[in-house]
Ligand binder design. Structure first.
Ligand SMILES: [Zn+2]
Length: 311
């Protein structure tokens, strides 16, 4: 464990001792119901997590955002929520509504829009400083509940199925250069690019190339995406999950068809969060397949990147 990781674990423990709400929610997390669907080479889990009801159903349209107080700004954070600085621009906070047994929110100091452009290097630096965590980014229309305040999140390693799926799922290599490779996962229900590299500059270079190729929707500032990064034995692994929809059709459906599921990095990483028990009971392997298909990009986008990467 890095020395910074040690510091973060001590900070986490202290926060649970002094902050009742966080302690209660982490205790409740130990009892949450989960179920697992098997799809050949990999699994997808479902977690019934009632504490996530607020963020899972959060209104993130510009008007609702303007009318609420930003929960990542110091003036509105709970008095018990302390912070640990990371570098010049970021703070480490304990997420009081956890999905992971150790779940951090990492906002920028200032209230600036959620944008990955120009900050991906920061994400790699956070992953390197916290090698026992996965670090993730939800785009402003891809699962972020505070699209107006830049933040990453981190959760302890060993929780997201995606981490180990990379070893077992069939891959197609798109690009190899020295110590860097770019590949996609085959038959994985969702289209994901993976960059593995020992050189930070190369990861950034490949990431920025893909970022520039992905479709940009009218009025948006960046291509819709989720990103999961981790660092292990001198290697950065970056999973880019490009998106075509913010929320799946079941989120908007009426009656029996309605499921309150608003996917972000964690869901696409293999743990679907259902804040309501009836949705947890109702969800099937086929529903998960449909949700992934609806929110992730189609094969033609992957093909387009592949073609352009060849040149
Ligand atoms: Zn803010």
């Amino acid at each position: 464990m890095s020395s910074f990781s040690k510091k973060v674990h001590i900070f986490f423990k202290e926060q649970l001792e002094e902050w009742y709400l966080a302690a209660k929610n982490y205790e409740a997390l130990k009892q949450v119901k989960t179920k697992t669907f098997h799809y050949g080479d990999f699994d997808v889990k479902v977690q019934f997590n009632p504490a996530r009801l607020i963020s899972g159903s959060a209104k993130t349209d510009p008007q609702s955002i303007r009318e609420r107080k930003c929960f990542l700004c110091p003036a509105n954070r709970p008095a018990e929520q302390r912070s640990l600085p990371f570098g010049e621009n970021y703070l480490i906070l304990v997420n009081p509504y956890p999905i992971f047994p150790v779940h951090l929110t990492i906002p920028e100091l200032n209230h600036v829009n959620q944008r990955i452009h120009g900050r991906f290097a920061d994400m790699l630096a956070i992953a390197e400083a916290l090698p026992d965590f996965v670090v993730f980014y939800n785009g402003p229309k891809s699962g972020a509940s505070a699209p107006d305040h830049m933040h990453f999140q981190a959760g302890n390693k060993g929780f997201l199925p995606l981490e180990k799926d990379l070893q077992f799922v069939e891959k197609e290599t798109l690009f190899v250069h020295k110590n860097t490779q770019l590949y996609i996962l085959k038959n994985y229900l969702r289209n994901i690019f993976v960059i593995e590299s020992q050189k930070k500059e190369d990861v950034i270079d490949v990431f920025e190339k893909i970022e520039a190729m992905l479709p940009l929707k009218e009025g948006d500032q960046e291509p819709m995406m989720n990103i999961v990064v981790w660092y292990d034995a001198d290697t950065w692994t970056t999973c880019i999950m490009p998106r075509q929809q913010h929320r799946p059709s079941c989120f908007f459906a009426e009656g029996e068809e309605n499921l309150l599921i608003s996917p972000g990095s964690v869901d696409l990483g293999g743990v679907i969060i259902t804040p309501r028990e009836k949705d947890f009971e109702k969800i099937t392997a086929a529903t998960i397949n449909t949700i992934f298909k609806e929110v992730c990009v189609t094969d033609d986008i992957i093909e387009m990147v592949k073609q352009k990467m060849d040149h």
